[in-house]
Design a protein. Structure first.
Length: 256
């Protein structure tokens, strides 16, 4: 099926910040508990080694994604690892919660646009479950900005445009119902909008289905990098790997 760029609630400027934060908190919790990114640990290590850095600059961090668990794994071989969380809509309570989990986390309070990252943020740029939020022209701007800054970049999507991925998203409201009491930091509003006024399960379902339809395929990601200025100065690794019962599509770009 072709890529369809429908709207996601959490992308909308009018969408309440507290509801957006509840959604990203859920994704963060699920990613860490399921060790979603276990298969991509070697890819992150490769990106850090090839770019000769111990610093990850995470773009579109949301609630921190699966970085708490991933950080523990990476520090086994990279004890001086540093991770900076950023987002265009920063979830500060979640960032503070993540920072309390490990002292090598930092975060930027101001909005950071993945299409125009401040030059002082140097390191391996990462994006987890966020490239699909951008239309092709903006996705190219993200990659071009990394090239222009001489930064390595690693992009990961934990779904693809397929029937199994679509079917998996229909389970997400059930996951919200079962996991909400355990998500931290605890928020009474999260309970209210999950059980009493069940908007969160519906928002998660819709945004999850749209994410699947928006996700770039391996072929499409290769098409994004081909016309970039200076693309020939980078080594691009764009593949798909298995993760539990699903897949992770990834792009790794490092300077030659």
């Amino acid at each position: 099926m072709g890529r369809v760029h429908l709207f996601e609630f959490e992308d909308q400027k009018w969408f309440p910040d507290f509801l957006r934060n509840y959604i990203t908190d859920f994704l963060q919790f699920l990613s860490n508990k399921t060790k979603l990114y276990k298969p991509i640990v070697p890819i992150i290590k490769k990106g850090l080694a090839q770019s000769k850095t111990n610093h990850i600059v995470d773009l579109g961090s949301g609630g921190g994604g699966g970085l708490i668990w991933l950080n523990d794994e990476l520090k086994k071989d990279i004890p001086n690892l540093k991770i900076t969380l950023t987002d265009f809509y920063p979830n500060i309570p979640a960032f503070e919660f993540t920072k309390r989990k490990a002292d090598n986390f930092e975060y930027i309070e101001e909005p950071v646009d993945a299409r125009n990252v401040p030059l002082e943020l140097k390191g391996l740029r990462t994006q987890f479950l966020s490239l699909h939020h951008f239309r092709p022209d903006d996705a190219k701007r993200i990659l071009q900005n990394a090239i222009d800054a001489g930064s390595a970049i690693a992009v990961f999507e934990a779904q693809e445009r397929s029937i199994p991925s679509i079917l998996a998203m229909f389970i997400s409201p059930i996951s919200v119902l079962f996991t909400t009491p355990f998500i931290r930091p605890f928020k009474l509003g999260r309970i209210v909008f999950t059980y009493l006024i069940p908007l969160l399960p519906l928002f998660v379902l819709w945004d999850g289905l749209v994410s699947v339809l928006r996700t770039y395929s391996v072929k499409e990601m290769k098409g994004l990098v081909e016309p970039l200025e200076g693309t020939e100065t980078y080594i691009w690794e764009i593949e798909k790997i298995k993760s539990g019962g699903g897949v992770i599509l990834y792009l790794l770009g490092t300077k030659k």
